[in-house]
Design a binder for this molecule. Structure first.
Ligand SMILES: [Zn+2]
Length: 411
């Protein structure tokens, strides 16, 4: 029975968003939280972008050490041989998604008459061939602007990708143009004709990213292949954003007619949702909207007479799912008195106080001052007080942390 898997693209689509970004430590923490939540794959960055190199290799090392396991770390590149070559030269990445535009609008509008539809397929298949030759384990091929691509051409493109050994096709609704009806019809046709697992990559320009993702996944499964929904934490992504991770999980689990019929990867642990959403909001500096599904401040709040009375009598009167399932309900302690934080100009006394509160002890003064140095660098990167999880990570994996913070321009 085919299933729905999740590929989170916050560390790629989320960070390429205008005016938003994450420090490499924050990207690393997101990978760790996504892994704890049982997410199948993280699109963890850009293997041909120089300032990503140390971060990517350090995270691949964490995978080898079993810290980032079983999550699959996959990089995004353009579907051209040059990018494949660069990716395998600069990093030890083993999983790649190769992206190229397939709509007439973009082929015309981007390549300005220099490339034909045939050229696009040739560039893509050459890149796939090279990726195979270089031993890449999973190859996803992204049809950018798939929702505005002529159906026959999209099928031809996907068949060529499959023939050359691609494992999946990413159907990109790059502009958020589809609605649940059109994406269902188009993905169903594509999946039936090509018989290859389909990734759904939906944007929220018309407010339908989650609905389209779920409808697209249903189409793939109805056609007998696995579906891989691309999500981002809190829906952060280009322009109006991507399909929100928590909303997608809730929609598959609880929307009418889906429960027990369309099976979500059973490793997913929704009880990590609250922590993950809060961390992403802090790291991006973008608060969670009060009305955000599942993790918004108002997601389980009731005030009006009839609603409050109904919810108190039986939560099922006004709640589809329980707050406990999302990891909510624990009271949060906020320090209102003196607080010592650790940052880029910290000294050893304050630093020790911070770690003592976390019940972390150092073997000797040397170890303490080494970690302090790393904590200073971490704060130079994040420019906000380090979270407990970040501080623990640095103390636990100092060698990895050092690599993540190291960035040196080539020239
Ligand atoms: Zn996108």
């Amino acid at each position: 029975m085919p299933k729905i898997y999740l590929i989170d693209v916050t560390n790629r689509d989320g960070v390429q968003t205008s005016r938003l970004g994450l420090a490499k430590l924050e990207k690393t923490m997101l990978n760790i939280f996504l892994n704890e939540m049982g997410i199948y794959q993280s699109e963890f960055g850009f293997p041909v972008t120089r300032h990503e190199t140390n971060y990517l290799n350090a995270n691949l090392e964490l995978a080898k050490m079993g810290v980032l396991k079983p999550i699959i770390l996959e990089g995004w590149i353009r579907a051209i041989s040059e990018d494949v070559q660069k990716a395998v030269t600069l990093t030890r990445v083993e999983h790649l998604n190769l992206s190229i535009s397939t709509s007439s609008q973009m082929i015309r509008g981007k390549f300005q008459g220099r490339k034909t539809k045939k050229d696009i397929i040739q560039m893509m298949t050459e890149a796939v061939d090279l990726a195979r030759e270089k031993g890449i384990k999973t190859i996803g091929v992204n049809a950018e602007d798939a929702s505005r691509t002529q159906k026959d051409y999209l099928i031809e493109f996907a068949l060529a990708a499959k023939e050359h050994g691609a494992d999946r096709i990413r159907y990109c609704d790059t502009l958020g143009y589809d609605n649940p009806f059109t994406i269902y019809e188009r993905v169903r046709l594509l999946a039936e004709k090509v018989q290859i697992p389909i990734e759904l990559h939906c944007h929220n320009d018309l407010g339908m990213a989650v609905a389209c993702s779920v409808a697209g996944a249903k189409a793939a499964i109805d056609a007998g292949v696995d579906a891989y929904i691309n999500t981002t934490v809190n829906g952060i992504g280009e322009r109006a954003g991507n399909a929100d991770l928590v909303s997608v999980i809730l929609a598959i689990k609880y929307s009418s007619g889906f429960k027990n019929k369309y099976i979500l990867d059973e490793r997913i642990d929704l009880s990590r949702a609250w922590k993950l959403a809060k961390y992403a909001a802090y790291a991006f500096g973008v608060p969670i909207p009060v009305n955000q599904p599942g993790v918004g401040a108002n997601a389980f709040a009731h005030e009006s007479g009839i609603h409050a009375d109904g919810a108190l009598k039986d939560r099922r009167n006004y709640e589809l799912y329980d707050f406990e399932e999302l990891g909510r309900g624990e009271p949060e302690i906020v320090e209102t008195g003196r607080k010592i934080t650790a940052g880029e100009y910290s000294g050893i006394k304050g630093f020790r106080n911070v770690y003592e509160r976390l019940e972390i002890k150092f073997k000797n003064d040397k170890e303490a001052s080494d970690i302090l140095e790393l904590v200073r660098y971490a704060n130079v990167h994040t420019q906000k007080p380090l979270t407990e999880d970040e501080l623990k990570f640095i103390a636990r994996y100092p060698d990895i942390a050092k690599k993540i913070f190291t960035m040196k321009p080539l020239n």
